[in-house]
Design a protein around this ligand. Structure first.
Ligand SMILES: O=C(O)CCC(=O)C(=O)O
Ligand SMILES: [Fe+2]
Length: 331
């Protein structure tokens, strides 16, 4: 029976022509890592020392790891359960329906699967996703599914802004106005990810290695596992922690912070048996927002977010790869 989406038939020739070599990185992620865990309930403590300590932990984790987990983040277990159920129902819809029809009031263009630009298996992501611009779900029309997405994006947005304003304060943006002004519901988006099992033995990634092209990302992953990050040139597994959310730094915070915060490469390995779900919230600015290092000498030249996205698009079309920040190094 054909899989939904039809990844196996679509990419059969790619696998035959360019199987992914079983080179060390396929098996080298044997280390599990426990990301720093930060208890955000301390941010609302009456004890100012606890508040300051918590902020320091966030800054340190963004600098040392670029990835950390948060607990007591204000997003209820109930909402996560509703979101999980919604994802199951949504991705179970027939492929033709997802491809052609409006689901959740979202145009079919918001649905994507596989990697149309992949020229080898290394670049192929064995997954499907709904890309949901926040402004597309802001209206009051729509049923209960839409309401769940609204609630989740509102809660994740609050968390993303809270983290960004703490990290921005360290760079001199004391009242968080830079992020507040430039990252709005017209510019941020949510992505629902589904990773079907990958039966192909010379398998693709669930999500090919990449850095996020935003300020930061709030990520919910289920308990299946498979997320890996590059730490000191080794791929390590990020063990899922029930109840925790992941925050990871994107390219824009790395550029603004002059490499103080790290936008770390990460990927999802495909699982041959189990499907996996995740939800990511991307804190992105408008295309005309200028990104500039906060201290001198700046490591990257000034650029606009629009310029950055355009360069990524061109690089991916030409080579299949995002080059990212190294294209924007100051001379
Ligand atoms: O599914 C995951 O755990 C990671 C998702 C991710 O990295 C992304 O959507 O950019
Ligand atoms: Fe990512």
């Amino acid at each position: 029976m054909e899989s939904n989406p039809p990844l196996l038939t679509t990419y059969k020739t790619l696998f035959a022509k360019y199987p992914r070599p079983v080179y060390p990185s396929r098996i080298d992620a044997i280390e599990e890592c426990d990301l720093p865990i930060i208890d955000l309930s301390n941010l609302t403590s009456n004890n100012i020392n606890l508040v300051e300590k918590c902020k320091k932990e966030i800054v340190l984790a963004a600098s040392d790891w670029g990835f950390f987990q948060v607990i007591n983040h204000g997003i209820s277990h109930d909402l996560i359960l509703q979101l999980t159920k919604l994802q199951l129902d949504l991705f179970r819809e027939p492929f033709e329906k997802k491809k052609q029809e409006k689901l959740l009031e979202l145009a079919p263009e918001n649905y994507c699967w596989g990697t149309p630009t992949a020229t080898n298996v290394e670049q192929l992501s064995w997954s499907e996703a709904y890309h949901i611009p926040l402004n597309s779900i802001s209206g009051s029309v729509g049923g209960s599914m839409r309401k769940i997405i609204q609630n989740a994006s509102r809660a994740m947005s609050r968390l993303a802004h809270e983290m960004a304003s703490i990290l921005g304060a360290e760079l001199g943006d004391m009242n968080g106005s830079y992020i507040k002004q430039n990252c709005t519901s017209n510019t941020c988006y949510l992505r629902l990810n589904h990773y079907p099992p990958c039966p192909e033995p010379s398998g693709a990634f669930g999500l090919a290695p990449h850095t996020d092209s935003d300020f930061l990302t709030v990520l919910y992953q289920d308990q299946v596992g498979g997320l890996q990050l590059l730490k000191e040139e080794r791929w390590v597994n990020v063990r899922p922690k029930p109840g925790a959310l992941i925050i990871n730094i994107g390219d824009l915070f790395q550029a603004w912070s002059n490499n103080l915060y790290k936008s770390v490469k990460h990927r999802v390995v495909a699982n041959s048996i189990c499907e996996r779900f995740s939800v990511a919230y991307f804190l992105c600015p408008s295309y005309d927002t200028t990104i500039q290092g906060y201290s001198d000498p700046a490591i990257y030249r000034r650029f606009s977010f629009g310029e950055y996205k355009q360069q990524i698009k061109e690089d991916v079309q030409l080579t299949g790869h995002k080059v990212g920040l190294s294209r924007f190094l100051a001379l």
